[in-house]
Ligand binder design. Structure first.
Ligand SMILES: [Zn+2]
Length: 312
């Protein structure tokens, strides 16, 4: 098997010249070039150096404190996790009581922020442990990272659907059930053994775009049910949905195109690569959606539902 050969090669290289960050690097961790790492770590040829590889779990955790090409990826979502954790505590203790929230509001906010936190932690786990010496372990963390993105998307859909269809129980249930069914289907696709292979790369992007694009259906339905573009709530809330989609499209474009490192190969190994931009845009998206949810929650609590039922 080629990976075993590379592993041998890697162990041989380890005896060779040392190149590491001298201040905080724990013993036993060194950085490799793109050519030196095993095949499963070669995802982006424009990141030429700064790879961790062949590490045990303990050394993976230790590598949290060294400068490698994954440092920004790990820390951006670790800080993202703390952001959504603090936001969650603050919402439950201060913001929601101030809005006169019902028990349902508490449940929706808890689900949404919990999903964001899980998404962040799965991503931290993958970027921390992708350099594990076992390819199987690395792949498992990668699958978890993908599952985490789906969970994060659920965290966006749940409050979106819940508050958009606040006055229409029927459609609220229809969309919540279809979103959960769709995410369940995606989840089963993700645990398929072929899902992470290069052959399915296009399909992964298509599934991701479909899951994000599906949101347009409840959005347009909601606009129609709310009385079209001229109604107050639509005028206030649609720009927020648009900004959400602009962030999402930008995030996907960076993720898939490997811009800007494609134009500066080897120069953005540590800072400024597309995956780092993707990470930051994901945090921004979740934060933006959380703020928008607060906005529509306070609107719903100050504008009671109309007496007449808003039927299809
Ligand atoms: Zn990532």
């Amino acid at each position: 098997m080629p990976s075993a050969k590379v592993l041998k090669n890697g162990q041989y290289i380890e005896l060779g010249s040392y190149q590491y960050w001298p201040v905080l690097v724990p013993r036993g961790i060194r950085l490799y070039t793109y050519e030196q790492v095993p095949g499963f770590l070669r995802e982006n040829p424009y990141i030429t150096d700064g790879y961790r590889a062949y590490l045990t779990s303990r050394l993976c955790i230790k590598s949290l404190f060294i400068l490698s090409n994954e440092t920004v990826n790990i820390w951006s979502h670790l800080l993202g996790f703390f952001l959504f954790f603090i936001l969650g505590v603050y919402d439950l203790l201060a913001v929601l009581p101030m809005l006169g929230a019902s028990r349902e509001d508490y449940v929706i906010y808890s689900i949404s922020l919990f999903c964001f936190q899980v998404c962040m932690l799965c991503s931290v786990g993958y970027h921390l442990f992708c350099c594990h010496r076992s390819e199987k372990t690395s792949r498992r963390w990668m699958a978890l990272d993908y599952a985490g993105i789906s969970i994060g998307i659920i965290g966006c859909y749940v409050p979106g659907v819940f508050y958009a269809f606040y006055c229409n129980n029927y459609w609220r249930q229809v969309y919540l059930v279809t979103v959960l069914a769709m995410m369940l289907a995606v989840f089963f696709a993700q645990i398929h053994p072929h899902y992470l292979t290069k052959k399915w790369q296009k399909l992964r992007s298509v599934i991701f775009c479909a899951v994000a694009g599906y949101g347009l259906i409840p959005t347009f339905h909601w606009i129609w049910l709310s009385g079209g573009f001229s109604s107050d709530i639509v005028q206030e809330f649609v720009p927020r949905v648009l900004i959400m989609y602009v962030l999402a499209v930008a995030a996907i474009i960076f993720y898939m195109s490997k811009v800007p490192e494609r134009y500066f190969p080897g120069q953005l190994n540590y800072l400024g690569s597309s995956h780092q931009v993707w990470h930051i845009l994901v945090v921004l998206m979740f934060y933006w959606w959380h703020q928008s949810a607060l906005f529509i929650t306070s609107y719903r609590h100050s504008h009671p539902c109309p007496d007449y039922p808003l039927h299809s």
